[in-house]
Ligand binder design. Structure first.
Ligand code: S3P
Length: 464
């Protein structure tokens, strides 16, 4: 289990893996104040390592997220033949093997909790004539992989997994890959990315059509690494075309801070009385910033300070202050993809708003690290909040600022975002909230506890 406390800056690579459950209680906080420097973006960190491994020469990465998910991807890239090393906190270097240069791993690749890691890596190896077997923790082994293996089969790859396309799974990469034209059946950046990464080692043009825009880091980064990628907005959605078999050139990458991690100190500040928190350097790429837009529509006192452009991406410092006048809203379903990881924490904020927050078009939430609608609904109800749900929607009826009873012990279900969301709930509820296992937080936000304590949050460790 990765420590929940901030790792000391050292030259030693942090450990990953899961151990015994770490129950943790969040007490009501008086006010959250100060500056919160959240870690690097998880999506961009995975992609930096994978694209670095597919380039010839040295890619240098600064600000890499050293969470368990990303560490598992770093280890996987080594198993496929790349030389991946860490010099100091957040600074990594990858000597890649080039497009089509992956070696066959000698043993099973364990991706831990990381859906993004395993799906992108499967795509990256599926058009090379090697076999690899993937597994992960109990959460990852329950998640659907057919969404990845279906398009990979069109390239000529074969997949042998457990029933319902679950891990462990062996992928036999295509000997003579053919390019693919694929329309995404679900709005998923992971599927889009797996197809594009597979397309790198196929001749000709691989085309992905996404009816709903999802995060576009893979397209942007592939271009940065020298691949030819065009994007056309059409009546059918975004049409992304990649020319196969490029020689990727190594890059120097500064990983921006993760808006999905920023969501936690921002949302906690909105609901804890007296709070005023600054979260600097957050990317506001429109494919990622739906939560912040939604919060502002609800009446949150959330401002974008010092807005600027960095590496072609809009960036700002987020300032969040206690917002006693928030109102429930209907979240536009077309915004879902741009805030898909943020619905759990939004549901916590909605609990402290006046009236109902309706979230539709969100069935993808049911196949994340946990069924996030069910996990939040069950826990919020235990904490005294009214939640209704259907297959594709859920609605939270807020009780106004300070009105949530709390006093609950809830299950995190091996899901980092569920654990952090309920801990934020406990910071503002009348009575403490305990999560049964805060360990999974280390997958994406290893310094969460320290960072929140630095702002004024109060946690208590419980015995398992
Ligand atoms: C991610 C895509 C999203 C998101 C995940 C990260 C990515 O998953 O939930 O945390 O980096 O591509 P889906 O592609 O399943 O929507």
């Amino acid at each position: 289990m990765g420590a929940l406390t901030e790792p000391e800056i050292s030259d030693e690579e942090p450990m990953s893996g899961h151990g015994p459950a770490i129950p943790l209680t969040a007490m009501k906080a008086t006010a959250l104040t100060g500056v919160a420097h959240v870690p690097g973006d998880k999506s961009i960190s995975h992609r930096s390592l994978i694209l670095g491994a597919l380039s010839v020469g040295e890619t240098r990465v600064r600000g890499l997220l050293e969470g368990e998910d990303v560490l598992a991807t770093a280890e996987a890239m080594r198993r496929f033949g790349a030389d991946v090393s860490r010099s100091t906190e957040g600074e990594w270097s990858v000597h890649g093997v080039g497009t089509g240069g992956f070696m066959e791993p000698e043993d099973v690749i364990d991706c831990g909790n990381a859906g993004t890691g395993v799906r992108l890596i499967m795509g990256a190896m599926a058009t090379t004539a090697i076999a690899a077997t993937f597994t992960g923790d109990a959460s990852l082994r329950s998640r659907p992989m057919a969404r990845i293996t279906d398009p990979l089969a069109e390239f000529g790859a074969r997949a042998y997994g457990r029933s319902q396309g679950r891990l462990p799974m062996t992928i036999i990469g295509a000997h003579d890959p053919v390019p693919v034209r694929y329309t995404l059946p679900v709005p998923s950046a992971q599927v889009k990315s797996a197809v594009l990464l597979a397309g790198l080692n196929a001749p000709g043009e691989t085309v992905v059509i996404e009816p709903e825009a999802t995060r576009d880091h893979t397209e942007r980064m592939l271009r940065g690494f020298g691949a030819e990628v065009s994007v056309e907005e059409t009546g059918d959605g975004r049409v992304i075309t990649l020319r196969g078999e490029p020689e990727l050139t190594p890059q120097s990458i500064d990983v921006p801070r993760d808006p999905s991690s920023a969501a936690f100190p921002v949302c906690a500040a909105l609901i804890v009385e007296g709070s005023d928190v600054l979260v600097p350097n957050i990317g506001l790429n429109p494919t990622r910033s739906g939560l912040f837009e939604t919060l502002r529509e609800m009446g949150a006192n959330l401002t974008y300070e010092n807005p600027r452009e960095e590496s072609g991406e809009p960036v700002a410092d987020l300032r969040a202050r206690f917002s006693p006048d928030m109102k429930g809203i209907e979240v536009p379903p077309e915004r879902a993809a741009s805030m898909i990881d943020e619905y759990p924490i939004l549901s916590v904020v909605a609990s402290f708003a006046e009236g109902q927050t309706m979230m539709r078009g969100v069935k993808e939430l049911r196949v994340k690290e946990s069924d996030r609608i069910d996990a939040m609904a069950v826990g919020l109800r235990t904490a005294g909040v009214t939640v209704e749900e259907g297959e594709d929607w859920w609605a939270v009826t807020g009780v106004g600022p300070g009105g949530v009873p709390g006093g609950a012990r809830v299950e995190a279900r091996l899901d980092h975002r569920i654990a952090m969301s309920f801990l934020c709930l406990g910071m503002a509820a009348k009575k403490p909230v305990t999560v049964d296992d805060a360990g999974p937080i280390a997958t994406s936000f290893p310094v969460f506890q320290d960072l929140m304590e630095g702002l004024g949050a109060v946690f208590r460790r419980q015995n398992a």
